[in-house]
Design a protein around this ligand. Structure first.
Ligand SMILES: Nc1nc2c(ncn2[C@@H]2O[C@H](COP(=O)(O)OP(=O)(O)OP(=O)(O)O)[C@@H](O)[C@H]2O)c(=O)[nH]1
Length: 749
């Protein structure tokens, strides 16, 4: 142990603290501070304890990062005793280390404190659960592999939570169980399948799919038109995402007209497939194309039967037979080719054969024996949702079970509704909507999304409960996802730290420093030419020390530098040994300053520095070196202007005087505070706006021109700019003084 060092570290700042206090600081610095201090002092932590006094200042300056540090401090008997007191008497580990002289029996009898832990706990939550303060958690995590800066609200991973509890001699239990008891599942689900006896026939719900430009929209429009023409209603057809077609025979078909793939896929993904039949539109002149195949695949996956509408048969180049042959390759075998898939030749544009297509659909529906339960609680699917100017949030929906009526209470996703009105696609009010019927529903408190499952509940209270529960579940899921991301990030950080540690393990601290500085080269000194471009204030440094320990300590303190926005600190070079000509060359190239700690500079070197106007600063007391450095940094900062208010006056009246040929506005004022001094600067304020800043041209008391007017006195003044005064305006008199900025960095000395 080097006594000079001890003196330098220990003697200076007045606030002396004990080793116990040091260990409190130690947790802030991830446990390595005390050990770092010991290293710098060339002793071990136990020896520090014998010194009985170190300064908080010194400790707070110590390095935050020792990449290759093995976190466990030397386990001397003394140090172990210190740790034991630190972790509390119940700490199992500490107790174990108390030595053979003690028997563990009394501790075994003691019941371990139980701590309720959760997946996601902050340091302060854990401390609360342990009935300790946050310092306790920090201390419990000392000397673990954890190497992250922790704040009281930092999240801890499960591993660390458990570790902290165990290291505190306590035991944990998961708080999950009690929590899930508190929050009972309040969701609503689809009902079990209905009794077949209550089922009644229902119309098929049909989706039209096919390749781009093969005529889907035209077909839907034509089908809708036949309906409008046929229906007596004659209202303006509204796009609600679905519409009903009624055949002359009375049979009904509900067509979904949401863009084919999107609606089909998203609903299928939610397991709420509403489609019973797919009409596959294939243009007769184009044949099977990419999206035709995709449509077939979607239908086949969902096990929804297909009817082929061979479209554009009005065209000369139409080849419906080729279309059917091409479909064979995709397992769609039309009746004409011996299969069971109906194919109808249509012209959507001319409206030809649409009735046949509809009849084919009804025939297939009969075959499918589509049935629904018109009784009981309603189930359905949101097709589209929008906010209507008059009706507010509305959705169109296909009812799949039960019969929807006014007053029903519905839940869809995280939205709920008390049904106010029901409308059809013609905007006409409906009394009720049973299975397979497309309906527009108003009364939603919020908008549910398309594809969402609609479920009826018994009451508004129940609806609120369900929505609340769903929001809670979603929040939990979001939190879990966040936690996973945080944990992944923490792990990534830890891995890269460990990797760096391993990679640099074989190097000495000095070599490690070199590697790190090289890696950070972009942050290192720029040559003066580059600097001119960057416009940033910088202080390049060349640092020499008498030995590794001192140099490392200085570099560690420099790592705490946090005033880059005021002036960059750039370490151009550091090394052990006296100041050399080479150091001066570097200082000259980078316009830097040379600092030496406990080293010498020969007469020749000092003379050379003098000639070249280079600054070489030699110190043998570390805090003096840093005081000097702070002064050097401060001296580089530009001055700031500080404003000092001298007096304030209020404008009482305004008038004009004639000066030569010019009319000048004059304000009659009363000085409310301080004094007005003509030589100083002035400002005119109206309300919150500054209308003018400048100097006075005249300042008069009665008729006399004066230099100052004091509180309570009245005066007349005019400005160096024409401004219309108003009674109530404020006049502020102030002086500006230049002030030397100080560097905000506090190395702690
Ligand atoms: N000659 C003829 N042209 C048609 C027929 N059906 C559609 N068309 C035309 O084909 C073009 C595309 O028709 P759309 O109905 O827009 O086709 P789509 O499949 O809905 O197209 P996307 O919405 O882009 O996927 C339009 O110019 C229609 O007028 C038809 O039966 N005969």
């Amino acid at each position: 142990m080097n006594p000079t060092w001890i003196r330098q570290w220990v003697e200076y700042p007045p606030a002396m603290i004990t080793v116990k206090a040091l260990l409190r600081v130690e947790r802030v610095l991830r446990s390595r501070a005390a050990v770092g201090l010991a290293r710098a002092l060339r002793c071990d932590v136990a020896h520090l304890a014998q010194c009985r006094a170190v300064t908080t200042r010194c400790v707070s300056l110590l390095p935050l990062h020792y990449p290759n540090w093995t976190c466990s401090p030397p386990h001397t008997r003394h140090h172990t005793r210190l740790l034991a007191t630190k972790h509390g008497k119940s700490s199992g580990k500490s107790q174990d280390k108390k030595g053979p002289g003690r028997t563990p029996k009394p501790q075994q009898k003691q019941e371990k404190q139980e701590v309720e832990i959760k997946q996601r706990m902050t340091v302060s939550e854990l401390a609360q659960a342990m009935k300790k303060d946050v310092d306790h958690v920090y201390e419990a995590l000392l000397n673990t592999s954890m190497d992250l800066d922790l704040e009281p609200d930092s999240l801890l991973t499960e591993e660390w939570i458990k570790d902290a509890v165990k290291r505190s001699g306590m035991k944990y239990k998961w708080a999950k169980l009690s929590e899930s008891k508190v929050r009972e599942n309040k969701d609503v689900e689809r009902q079990p399948p209905p009794d077949p006896a209550v089922l009644v026939s229902r119309p098929p719900v049909v989706t039209i799919m096919g390749h781009v430009d093969h005529g889907k929209t035209t077909l839907l429009d034509s089908l809708r038109k036949t309906q409008v023409a046929a229906s007596e209603a004659g209202g303006i057809t509204q796009h609600i995402g679905a519409f009903l077609v009624q055949l002359p025979s009375g049979e009904k078909i509900t067509f979904l007209d949401t863009p084919g793939h999107a609606a089909f896929s998203s609903m299928r993904a939610r397991g709420t497939l509403v489609t019973d039949i797919v009409i596959l539109v294939v243009a007769a002149e184009d044949g099977v194309m990419k999206q035709t195949v995709e449509s077939i695949q979607h239908s086949q996956k969902a096990k929804v039967p297909i009817i082929v509408a061979v479209n554009k048969c009005d065209k000369l180049e139409a080849e419906p037979v080729r279309v059917k042959q091409e479909l064979l390759a995709h397992d769609v075998v039309c009746e004409e080719l011996g299969g069971d898939v109906q194919a109808v030749h249509v012209s959507a544009l001319k409206g030809e054969n649409l009735l046949e297509l509809a009849e084919a659909t009804v025939a297939l529906a009969e075959l499918l024996e589509l049935k629904g339960d018109p009784k009981g609680l309603v189930e359905g699917t949101v097709i589209e949702s929008l906010t209507d100017k008059g009706k507010g949030p509305v959705t169109s929906a296909i009812i799949q079970r039960g019969t929807l009526r006014k007053g029903s209470v519905l839940v869809a996703g995280k939205a709920w509704a008390k049904v106010r009105f029901l409308f059809d696609e013609n905007g006409l009010p409906m009394k009720e909507a049973g299975p397979s019927v497309a309906v527009v529903i108003s009364g939603w408190k919020e908008l549910p999304s398309a594809g969402e499952e609609i479920l009826e509940v018994e009451s508004e209270q129940r609806a609120r409960e369900v929505v609340e529960w769903r929001a809670y579940v979603e929040e939990q899921e979001r939190q879990n996802q966040d936690l996973q991301v945080i944990q992944a990030k923490q792990q990534e950080h830890l891995d890269s730290y460990r990797k760096e540690k391993e990679e640099l393990a074989h190097l000495t601290w000095y070599q490690r420093r070199r590697v790190r500085y090289k890696a950070d080269k972009h942050r290192m000194a720029m040559r003066p030419s580059e600097k001119a471009e960057s416009q940033e204030l910088t202080l390049p440094l060349i640092i020499k020390g008498d030995m590794d320990g001192s140099l490392e300590a200085i570099l560690d303190i420099l790592e705490t530098y946090d005033a880059d926005e005021q002036c960059h600190l750039e370490i151009v070079h550091f090394g052990v040994g006296d100041i050399s000509e080479n150091d001066l060359n570097l200082a000259e190239t980078f316009s830097g300053t040379v600092y030496g700690f406990n080293v010498k500079a020969s007469k020749a070197v000092l003379q050379s520095a003098g000639k070249r106007s280079l600054s070489v600063k030699l110190h043998s007391v570390i805090y003096k070196l840093f005081d000097d450095l702070k002064d050097e940094l401060t001296s580089r900062l530009p001055h700031t202007l500080e404003e000092n208010v001298i007096g304030e006056a209020s404008v009482l009246a305004t008038f004009e005087v004639t000066e030569g040929k010019r009319k000048v506005g004059v304000a009659g004022c009363r000085v409310l505070r301080g004094q007005l001094d003509r030589r100083m600067k002035f400002r005119l304020i109206r309300g919150r706006d500054v209308l003018w800043e400048g100097s006075l041209t005249t300042l008069k008391h009665h008729k006399d021109a004066v230099t100052t007017v004091k509180t309570g006195m009245e005066c007349g003044l005019s400005l160096d700019q024409d401004i219309d005064f108003r009674p109530g305006d404020e006049i502020v008199c102030y002086e500006e003084t230049e002030k030397q900025q100080k560097i905000s960095w506090d190395p702690g000395f």
